[in-house]
Write a protein that binds this ligand. Structure first.
Ligand SMILES: Cc1cc2nc3c(=O)[nH]c(=O)nc-3n(C[C@H](O)[C@H](O)[C@H](O)COP(=O)(O)OP(=O)(O)OC[C@H]3O[C@@H](n4cnc5c(N)ncnc54)[C@H](O)[C@@H]3O)c2cc1C
Length: 461
């Protein structure tokens, strides 16, 4: 292993290679407390694609596994180290190489932070839609590799819907360029989409060409309170059925409303009997925005909302979104949180929330449900005492029961956080033996020695 380290230092210089165990320990895992992790041999911080190629070639020769890593904000253990691996951190490859307002695209390195890109393109009157709640620290490379979602997916889709092309360093060190700079393009297999969401198991993304949109209008916001989750679920289904496309449609259950109200010392206007709150926005602007919200208001009222309030005051809307984004820190007041990620058909949201209430009672732990109602992507979040082995075991049980519930409702085991090292068995269950075989064949074709992120997503053998 000494020779690999020497090769890495020769390629990246001493500052690009870290072997001090006290420092490498901070790159061992991401934000998912359940996932296993190991101790890396080294952490490397390349600055260029050539340095990434040199790392991959050195590791390939010595058969040392590579775990690509962005900011480590992941919630599935996908960036967790395995023993003896090299963790390849992209945070020094953080240049925005091009913003082209005429062709409405940007070319970026993988370590660019999502919010930095959004801010940079906004100066050109442009918009990069994918907005995971972690957008102030997660990287574009991480977003691409997990196919990240966020709050605006109901109208603008997930990360893959904003990607035109990629540059990827493959397992043999060669550079693959996928995709295009054009609006349309169907030449060959869609390799871009293959790499998006591949969680670092097929190669290292070193550059991305991203599609931009015109900056939307300032959003108008609506909040509706329901005394039953069934009524809130019915409102979501009717919004979808009537063809209304808000730019955001989020749901908070009773438990998350209570936690946020206590944490922010504010009233969300939900009232004492409120079981669920819907927060919707329209960024259609002016009259079109007002019409869209009026239509949603009518749907909510006729679905049994106890209260509906609309505003085009941007700061009031921002406060409501701040409350929505505050759910995880608000839950920290009660203990450690473990957030799950299931996506169900939008007609089944109320059943998912009801099922989580049942699971919460069974395991004796608080479970708050918050989610992207417009996509059916729910994040039931389990609160437990991290110092108690018993509570940790019950949290783990609840986590799995929520996944089983999601599948039984016709859903999927992950809507945006990915499979990583915690949902491998669940992926196999969802895609079945033929799906798993095809995954293995693709992995073996691109990464025959299982160099990239071994043990993540599925067992490659
Ligand atoms: C508070 C909080 C809120 C969150 N909210 C959301 C949300 O709303 N929506 C959402 O989708 N996620 C959310 N997440 C999860 C997480 O932020 C996303 O998964 C994000 O995309 C991870 O980016 P990262 O840079 O931290 O990647 P990491 O966690 O470092 O890595 C994630 C995966 O990408 C791979 N990877 C990273 N860079 C590369 C590269 N250049 N080439 C190949 N593989 C690479 C890694 O190997 C790993 O498999 C949230 C997380 C937190 C902590």
């Amino acid at each position: 292993m000494e020779s690999v380290i020497a090769e890495l230092r020769a390629a990246l210089g001493d500052t690009g290679v870290v072997t001090d165990p006290e420092v490498t320990a901070s790159y061992e895992r991401d934000m998912m407390p359940l996932a296993p992790y190991g101790s890396p041999l080294a952490v490397v911080l390349p600055r260029t694609v050539e340095e990434v190629q040199a790392v991959v070639r050195a590791c390939a020769r010595a058969r040392v596994p590579i775990v690509p890593r962005g900011a480590g904000s992941g919630l599935s253990g996908a960036a967790n180290a395995v023993d003896g691996c090299v963790v390849l951190v992209t945070t020094k490859m953080n240049a925005i190489l091009e913003i082209d307002p005429d062709d409405r695209l940007a070319v970026v390195e993988p370590g660019v932070v999502n919010l930095d890109l959004r801010a940079a393109v906004e100066k050109h009157g442009l918009f990069y839609p994918p907005d995971p709640s972690s957008y102030d620290w997660c990287t574009i490379g991480g977003n691409l590799s997990t196919n990240a979602g966020g709050l605006c997916c109901v109208k603008y889709g997930v990360t893959t819907d904003s990607v035109l092309g990629l540059e990827v360093v493959l397992a043999d060190g060669e550079v693959l360029r996928t995709g295009r700079r054009t609006v349309k393009g169907v030449a060959g297999y869609d390799l871009t989409k293959l790499f998006v969401g591949s969680e670092g198991t097929l190669g290292v993304i070193t550059k991305a060409t991203l599609a931009l949109r015109p900056l939307p209008q300032a959003p108008a916001t609506l909040v509706a309170a329901f005394s039953t989750t069934a009524a809130a679920g019915a409102a979501v289904s009717r919004v979808v059925r009537e063809g209304i496309v808000p730019s955001l449609m989020e749901i908070m259950d009773r438990s998350s409303i209570e936690a946020v109200e206590r944490y922010l010392r504010t009233e969300l206007g939900a009232g004492p009997g409120c079981a669920a709150l819907l927060i919707c926005q329209s960024d259609a602007g002016a009259e079109a925005g007002r019409r869209e919200l009026a239509a949603i208001e009518q749907v909510c009222a006729s679905s049994g909302a106890d209260l509906v309030h609309s505003t085009d005051d941007v700061s009031e809307g921002r406060d409501l979104l701040t409350a929505r984004r505050a759910v995880l820190p608000a839950l920290e007041v009660y203990g450690a949180w473990l957030t799950d990620d299931v996506c169900v058909p939008r007609t089944r949201i109320a059943e998912l929330i009801g099922g989580c209430e049942r699971i919460s009672a069974e395991v004796g732990l608080r479970i708050a449900v918050v989610g992207h109602a417009g996509d059916g992507n729910m994040h039931p979040t389990i609160v437990y005492d991290a110092a108690s082995e018993d509570e940790f075991a019950r949290a783990r049980r609840a986590f799995d029961e929520i996944l089983a519930l999601g599948l039984s409702l016709g859903g999927t085991v992950t809507g945006e956080h990915g499979v990583g090292k915690i949902k491998r068995e669940w992926l196999a269950r969802e895609i079945g033996p033929v799906g798993l075989r095809v995954h293995r064949e693709i992995k073996n074709a691109l990464d025959p020695h299982h160099l990239f992120n071994p043990g993540s997503m599925f067992d490659a053998r």
